[in-house]
Write a protein that binds this ligand. Structure first.
Ligand SMILES: [Zn+2]
Length: 272
């Protein structure tokens, strides 16, 4: 299959560096992922409004608030399909109250008090038509989040969510690193060699992102294990130093920093 000639705009949040994609379908606009904050959701909405075409639906790649919390603000009451698999939807619904308690205070007035959830849940592997574009969903299961999916327009146009980050630190607090590595192996085998990954964080890029994400996750596991038998402050400092060596960037560094303690706790439970 040849690469789509659809126009796809990347809208990156300013409060948090997370992408929404605005897909210009023949009969309407489809947005991939819904931002974390009020003003970043407004930024995506402004990009949609600037197209002068109707917004006909939203796809949600996975169960993390930086990809769904802004949806109510973005949609402003518009009654359109918000599409995610049953597993993604269930994880969002299950965890939203906890995220409200943790992320809400971090974001203050930028945190959307009103949050809405997916209202259409196609089966894994199925195809849904929105705006005259066919989107096929592949369910990966737990990985970066408790429920990851990717959405394909064709063999080479892949909305990859957070299965791979691009030049940014990663969130590993959910503790599914082994499953994440398995998901990366699966996609290395299954995706076309010239696939373009429209990732949740950073610029779209090719399949090489899968290998660099693998190296990052493996380095994080190794660092956590290296600092298994030390006090919490020593571990935090040691792992963060290792990961900044691995990826010399401050982009989304806070996500990695937030992951050290919960990941170490889940690894020590595994060892017992
Ligand atoms: Zn994310």
């Amino acid at each position: 299959m040849t690469r789509t000639n659809l126009q796809i705009d990347r809208i990156e949040g300013d409060v948090m560096s997370v992408n929404s994609y605005v897909v210009h379908g023949p009969t309407g606009i489809v947005v991939i992922d819904g931002q974390l904050t009020i003003s970043d959701a407004d930024k995506v909405r402004a990009a949609v409004d600037a197209t002068c075409a109707p917004l006909v639906g939203v796809l949600v790649t996975h169960a993390h608030p930086d990809h769904y919390a802004g949806l109510a603000q973005l949609l402003g009451g518009a009654d359109v399909p918000i599409v995610a698999t049953e597993h993604v939807t269930a994880a969002i619904r299950r965890d939203d109250e906890v995220k409200n308690g943790i992320v809400g205070p971090m974001m203050g007035a930028e945190w959307p008090a009103q949050r809405i959830f997916p209202n259409r849940t196609p089966d894994a592997g199925s195809t849904i038509e929105l705006g005259g574009v066919e989107f096929r969903v592949i369910e990966l299961g737990p990985g970066e989040s408790p429920a990851d999916t990717i959405w394909l327009v064709d063999d080479t146009t892949v909305f990859a969510g957070d299965v791979a980050y691009h030049d940014a630190h990663s969130y590993l607090a959910d503790g599914h690193a082994d499953e994440w590595l398995a998901n990366l192996s699966r996609l290395e085998a299954e995706l076309a060699p010239d696939a373009m990954l429209y990732v949740g964080h950073g610029e779209p890029a090719g399949k090489q992102l899968l290998a660099s994400q693998r190296a990052y996750v493996e380095a994080f596991i190794a660092a956590i294990d290296e600092y298994a038998d030390v006090d919490d402050d020593t571990r935090q400092a040691g792992v963060v130093a290792r990961m900044v060596q691995q990826l010399p960037s401050d982009r989304l560094r806070f996500l990695m920093e937030l992951s050290v303690a919960p990941f170490a706790a889940s690894r020590s439970k595994l060892r017992q």
